[in-house]
Design a protein around this ligand. Structure first.
Ligand SMILES: Cc1cc2nc3c(=O)[nH]c(=O)nc-3n(C[C@H](O)[C@H](O)[C@H](O)COP(=O)(O)O)c2cc1C
Length: 194
């Protein structure tokens, strides 16, 4: 049974990015029995606002040595087969809440004798769900796309599929009740397990 981690990046637990990601999970459930753990990164209690740059993870190899909630999560990441990153676009980028958490993925990266990156992330399927008020051309989506590409290139994961929905304002309800979007999100979820 695939173990799936949903990491949300919005401070609004029932906002558009989390809601859309939950529909993606429904699609995954149509394809397979999955076990899901959802973590709202905005609610993680942490010692620092992000990575403390202690470099304790490097000799520890794939363990974050900070004693906080994000470290406990990061140290369990290799148990998951799929990670869905859900984020609103904030000032033309992913949200700071999700970024502060994923910066700690550095603990899951090390270098071999040839200077090549080695990471347990390589075996994990990553996917992203992104919502924004603007559309694909105006929201800053391309910055998130580039970040995801660099994340996958660096860690060696497969290319990261992205489901983006624009025109999600403060009241995301009308957009998310859109039948066509629901169909697209369910298919996106099913395809992640194909
Ligand atoms: C601080 C802040 C910054 C935002 N910046 C952008 C932006 O750069 N581009 C955009 O299209 N939408 C922007 N938005 C709108 C959100 O991305 C959009 O409403 C999103 O769907 C909210 O998702 P959520 O309900 O999951 O929080 C911003 C919203 C906030 C609160």
């Amino acid at each position: 049974m695939p173990n799936v981690l949903l990491l949300t990046g919005s401070p609004r637990p029932h906002g558009s990015s989390s809601t859309l990601a939950e529909i993606v999970l429904e699609g995954m459930r149509e394809a397979a029995d999955i076990q899901v753990e959802r973590v709202d990164t905005a609610r993680l209690e942490n010692k620092h606002r992000g990575c403390s740059s202690c470099y304790g993870c490097q000799p520890a190899k794939f363990r974050c040595m900070i004693h906080d909630a994000t470290a406990r999560l990061i140290n369990r990441v290799p148990e998951f087969q799929v990670i869905v990153l859900a984020t609103p676009i904030y000032f033309f980028n992913l949200s700071a809440q999700l970024k502060a958490c994923t910066d700690r993925f550095m603990a899951l990266c090390s270098y071999d004798d040839q200077g090549q990156v080695i990471s347990p992330l390589r075996k994990i399927h990553l996917a992203a769900v992104v919502t924004s008020e603007g559309d694909a051309a105006t929201s800053g989506l391309e910055v998130v796309q580039l970040w995801l590409k660099q994340l996958s290139d660096f860690t060696g994961t497969a290319p990261i599929p992205i489901l983006h929905q624009g025109h999600c304002g403060r009241d995301a309800g009308p957009t998310l009740r859109d039948a066509e979007l629901r169909t697209r999100a369910l298919a996106f979820g099913r395809d992640l397990l194909a």
